[in-house]
Design a protein around this ligand. Structure first.
Ligand code: DGT
Ligand code: CA
Ligand code: CA
Ligand code: ZN
Length: 577
């Protein structure tokens, strides 16, 4: 199994973190971080490029040295430099990076002053008030650290983001399908349901008679396997290098549908379906649907559902959150598909914190078959990213006009990601906002206001008719930052009254609006903007990821504004009204 881009990224990022903790030159640290970012965003496999002898320095931000490092990672699975760093800096310090308010510099400071090297020692130091005493820390930071530690402990092991599991799934599926005699290979479990994070992977295979042993043998001996937890005739479990557990089950073809249904879950959904079976006198398990000793269904999932009088339910809906009732009443949504999407409504270029220029972004959007792409740079409040003031925005708008004159078959929309300030006002004057095609308005600062203040702040922002789309509404970062404390139901209601659309941000660690609220919004008639928030041309591909999240949120084509042709989209954005 070749190194995935995400694995290479993790090693580069680890080196950057350890170097920074150690206090090495900022420029060198940044080079590793930049390389990590680029590798993550590549649409091709870096490992394959290395094998084919392609030149990685073709990517801006990867120099000759860094290309050599990446080759070393691909060829040896690690970096000598990483091993050296681990000898110089306690590697347990990297665990402290899970605390959102702690970056490498703060960690280094705490380590040097207090000798703290583990989460436990950190908890002790914070509990005894030692952190607050340090220069530049204070009570508030100390409390944040304690809160985060509590959360980390509660959550236990980190779950892998869906998009980080995806390359492993693709590779395992390809390899297993390629084995002679193998008939079906599907990944079930939370991955198939498109859950934001997955605990482990559950693969189901079927094969011709007598082929089982060969298949199991091939599975447990992949070079990406770190250790084998169990090896049996019909079930084996392994841990991959990345720490991800994978279970492979071989099932008979007559049972394949029943097994796929059972192991896709969720458990709550299975229980509800089984109950419907019991009402009809059926027994439903992973082997099939049985009436007495007679198997009445099980080859396909469709058969299993049909046996209890239901239409096929898309895996993304199987959480027992109303899908059974909807199937009974014949009102399951026709879920949105990738091909329904006609454009992207949130993107950044290198004018602020993105990495492509206007033309590159436009060409990439065109290559995806889009009709339009909104360029939405940050506003002035986000100084770190070089956010634009009114005058700079005017110049940027002119640049977009110029590019639009030359472009064929794709239209750049003049947008802006405008900060929602603490009092609910927008970061740029209406005089310029009204001249844009659309705005995405988001909270980036002061995310810890109390529930009422935060909710009021957002609703006040929506009072401004120049707010078209509420951006990443909860500001959560999956695995690293909790959602803001807000009354989302009230906000969705307010969006409905004001005819504001809400974003479903497709960044893999955002997926914000969360799925249960997508469903709520759609039920209230609030429209969703499904956007990638792309910071590079490659990033526009994250729409695939967004589609899965949208489907988990019960969204149909009609619920999403960027399924509309441009003239209709303009009408929906109130500016067109
Ligand atoms: P994960 O791995 O934590 O992200 O979540 P899942 O949903 O993949 O859960 P997992 O891997 O423990 O099990 C896969 C599926 O197998 C699960 O979604 C439903 C089914 N399953 C597992 N245990 C049970 C059970 O005790 N009862 C029923 N009805 N189904 C089960
Ligand atoms: Ca699983
Ligand atoms: Ca499992
Ligand atoms: Zn943002």
């Amino acid at each position: 199994m070749i190194m995935h881009n995400n694995e290479i990224r993790d090693i580069l990022a680890k080196v950057a973190d350890l170097m920074e903790i150690k206090g090495e030159n900022q420029f060198r640290v940044r080079a590793y971080r930049e390389a990590a970012r680029i590798v993550e965003g590549l649409s091709e496999q870096a490992a394959r490029m290395v094998e084919e002898g392609q030149d990685l320095t073709q990517y801006r931000g990867i120099g000759k040295d860094m290309a050599d490092k990446i080759r070393e990672i691909v060829e040896s699975g690690t970096l000598v430099q990483l091993k050296d760093l681990k000898n110089e800096v306690p590697v347990s310090l990297l665990d402290l990076m899970k605390v959102p308010s702690l970056g490498p510099r703060k960690i280094s400071h705490i380590y040097k002053k207090l000798g703290v090297t583990t989460l436990e020692e950190m908890e002790k130091a914070a509990g005894q008030g030692e952190i607050a005493q340090l220069n530049g820390f204070g009570q508030k930071t100390q409390q944040n650290i304690l809160d985060s530690l509590g959360r980390i402990k509660k959550k236990g092991a980190r779950r892998l983001l869906w998009s980080d599991a995806e390359p492993f799934v693709r590779e395992l599926r390809d390899r297993l399908s390629g084995i002679e005699g193998v008939r079906q290979v599907k990944v079930a479990g939370s991955f198939r349901r498109g859950k934001e994070t997955v605990g482990d992977l559950d693969i189901l295979a079927s094969c011709g008679p007598g082929r089982e042993q060969e298949l199991m043998e091939a599975f447990v001996s992949f070079e990406g396997v770190k250790n084998v937890l169990a090896r049996g005739k019909t079930k084996s479990s392994v841990i991959l290098r990345s720490g991800l557990q994978v279970d492979l089950r071989i099932v008979a073809q007559v049972s394949y549908g029943a097994a796929l249904h059972y192991f896709t879950g969720s458990k709550a959904h299975n229980i509800a379906v089984r109950k419907l079976g019991i009402e009809r006198g059926y027994r439903i398990n992973e082997y099939g649907v049985f009436y007495g000793e007679k198997r009445i269904a099980g080859k396909t999932e469709k058969e299993v559902y049909a046996s209890v009088g239901l239409a096929f339910i898309d895996p993304e809906l199987r959480e027992n959150l109303g899908e059974i009732e909807a199937a009974e009443d014949g009102r399951l949504p026709k879920l949105v598909r990738r091909s329904d999407i006609r454009g992207d409504l949130h993107s950044h270029t290198r004018r602020t914190d993105g990495h492509g220029n206007l033309r590159e972004m436009a060409e990439a959007a065109k290559a995806l078959g889009y009709e339009y792409l909104a360029i939405t740079e940050h506003s002035q409040k986000v100084a770190m990213a070089g956010g634009l003031n009114e005058k700079e925005l005017r110049v940027h708008m002119e640049n977009i006009d110029l590019i639009n004159e030359e472009l064929k078959g794709i239209r750049l929309l003049k947008g802006m990601e405008v900060d929602i300030l603490a009092d609910g006002s927008l970061d740029l004057p209406d005089s310029v906002l009204k001249d844009l095609d659309l705005t995405v308005c988001s909270v980036h600062y002061q995310q810890r206001l109390d529930r009422k203040k935060q909710t009021d702040r957002i609703i006040r922002a929506m009072d401004n008719p120049n707010l078209d789309i509420l951006g990443h509404p909860t500001a959560r970062l999956i695995n690293t930052r909790d959602p803001m404390d807000i009354d989302l139901e009230k906000i969705i209601e307010a969006a409905h009254q004001r005819n504001v659309a809400i974003e479903l941000n497709a960044q893999p660690d955002r997926l914000d609006l969360p799925h249960n609220y997508c469903k709520m919004a759609a039920e209230m008639g609030v429209k969703i903007a499904l956007s990638t928030d792309a910071h590079s041309a490659d990033n526009l591909d994250l729409m695939e990821n967004g589609i899965i999240a949208a489907r988990r949120g019960w969204l149909a084509k009609a619920d999403i504004i960027n399924t509309r042709p441009l003239p209709q989209l303009r009408k929906i954005l109130r500016r067109g009204a």
